[in-house]
Design a protein. Structure first.
Length: 153
């Protein structure tokens, strides 16, 4: 088990940088995914994006169906949200990179995400409720956006 340090702070340059597309799914990337999973499990988080562990690549992990018997952690490589419902839901969010900070954030109720798995296969997945929120939050990290950016100043 290898846990990675989580980068923190609203002004952290790594967290604010737009991540680059994953070009090759190799042993190094698979090791990063394993390390991120160990880190996510240790922190009991719902999601973790590669920039949060200092790697500006378009990779994230999401704990889908949290608390259900069908709970699973899925690696999303090069995720792209290709649909967002017009229905917006406001819920409290926190972030492993902003410890102790929580606030109400508006997000689309439903999304459709296109991504690759660890074998390079393309997938399209429809998500709603908390699963959709997790993906939107983590995908934002890949674009240098933190949940606090949605809050009124």
């Amino acid at each position: 088990m290898t846990k990675r340090k989580i980068f923190t702070g609203v002004n952290n340059t790594t967290l604010r940088k737009k991540s680059e597309k994953v070009k090759q799914i190799d042993k190094k990337l698979k090791k990063l995914i394993t390390d991120m999973l160990d880190t996510l499990d240790e922190k009991e988080g719902l999601g973790l994006a590669a920039p949060q562990v200092g790697v500006n690549q378009r990779l994230l992990l999401a704990r889908l169906n949290s608390g259900d018997p069908e709970e699973m952690v899925v690696a999303f490589i090069n995720p792209e949200i290709i649909y967002r419902s017009e229905e917006i839901v406001i819920m409290e969010e926190g972030c492993l990179s902003l410890p102790g900070e929580y606030d109400e954030v508006p997000r689309a109720q439903e999304i459709r995400v296109q991504f690759q798995d660890i074998h390079g296969n393309e997938h399209i997945l429809d998500l709603s409720d908390l699963n959709a929120r997790i993906l939107q939050h983590e995908t934002d990290h890949l674009d240098g956006i933190l949940f606090t950016d949605y809050l009124e100043k």
